[in-house]
Ligand binder design. Structure first.
Ligand SMILES: [Zn+2]
Length: 347
């Protein structure tokens, strides 16, 4: 029996030394095993050769079964190990940059306050944008261009020709198309490394919490008070930071409400919605074309700062931009102790 085992080891060693195909080595072992079985079956019991190779078929069948069990076990363990390594690599791949991405984000990476670490944080970030209109347009464009890994956008409007004077993410060919799909198309065309999640629906109480839960940061560029209050309530409840922008005619404002820190929420500053006549929409009052570009761009700058930890956030401050007189003011804002939204939450 020993001579057969030595022969099997020699075949294995030859295979290793000459880097022979695994199938060839297994085949050679099968031939050796077959010959041994035949010798034990055909030759008489007292035959010298039969005695040399074991003398009984039973021993070889027993050895074959044991080898088969060990072989199967090794193969299964190897497969489990490989699938684990693959899943780890897939996870790692989402965190590492491809060479094209490094070149794309080179001007960010050289900035001391962002660098490779900050760019990676942007890549891993998940940001939801409420509204794909005036403010949503520049916000979505810049979030995509600067490499925010996952950008969600919710809006139930269709692109209209009257939008195109300021909503620069949408193009003439997309008139009549849902804004979220038109925006998503433009974002992917600008940066294919970004994942866009378009939600072509109205944001309401039923879906807000579940949707927001999935994101790290919310950017509100909606055009009505009802949505703004809902966005604020949901952000405070889930402790999600909120960057809120608003525009009308020649004026825009922007604030960061970070409910993870001490500071006011949107409702502390705007406790009640302005009466309908006092807060006309852009369609009624008009808005200068490039204004959403100014405010939306500042919103994204604040988002980049919040994600990367660069600089000083606008949190607890409200920035007001008066385009007609080219004036900018920043006013300090405080929490309202009687605010029905945030006062109870933070004591
Ligand atoms: Zn509040």
């Amino acid at each position: 029996m020993l001579i057969v085992l030595i022969l099997a080891i020699i075949i294995l060693l030859i295979g290793r030394i000459f880097s022979l195909d695994k199938r060839f080595i297994i085949g050679a072992h099968a031939v050796l095993f077959g010959v041994v079985i035949l010798i034990n079956l055909i030759l008489p019991t007292n035959n010298m050769l039969r005695q040399t190779v074991g003398g009984s078929v039973k021993n070889w069948i027993g050895l074959f079964v044991i080898t088969l069990i060990i072989f199967t076990y090794v193969v299964i363990v190897k497969k489990i190990k490989n699938s684990h390594i693959n899943s780890q690599n897939q996870h790692k791949n989402t965190k590492t940059f491809k060479p094209e991405e490094l070149n794309r984000y080179a001007r960010h990476i050289v900035l001391r306050e962002i660098g490779g670490v900050g760019q990676k944080k942007l890549k891993m970030a998940r940001i939801l944008v409420v509204g794909a209109g005036g403010l949503g347009s520049p916000v979505l464009q810049y979030l995509a261009s600067c490499g925010v890994g996952t950008v969600g956008v919710i809006d139930n409007d269709l692109v209209d020709s009257s939008n195109l004077q300021r909503q620069v993410i949408h193009s003439d060919v997309n008139i009549g198309k849902p804004k979220v799909f038109s925006a998503s198309e433009a974002m992917k065309a600008q940066n294919p490394f970004v994942e866009v999640l378009p939600y072509n629906r109205l944001l309401n109480q039923e879906v807000a919490a579940d949707l927001f839960e999935d994101f790290d940061l919310i950017l509100d560029g909606s055009d009505n008070a009802e949505t703004r209050y809902l966005v604020n309530r949901t952000c405070v409840a889930l402790k999600k930071p909120l960057i809120s922008g608003a525009i009308t005619q020649w004026e825009g404002q922007i604030a960061v409400f970070d409910s993870r820190k001490l500071g006011p929420c949107y409702q502390c500053i705007f406790p009640v919605a302005a009466a309908a006549g006092l807060a006309p929409s852009c369609s009624e009052a008009g808005v200068v074309g490039a204004l959403p570009g100014v405010i939306g761009s500042i919103m994204v700058v604040e988002a980049i700062k919040l994600i990367t930890g660069a600089g000083e956030s606008l949190n607890t401050r409200l920035l007001i931009y008066d385009a007609l007189f080219a004036e900018t003011r920043v006013i300090k804002i405080k929490r309202d102790p009687s605010c029905p939204v945030c006062s109870k939450k933070t004591g």
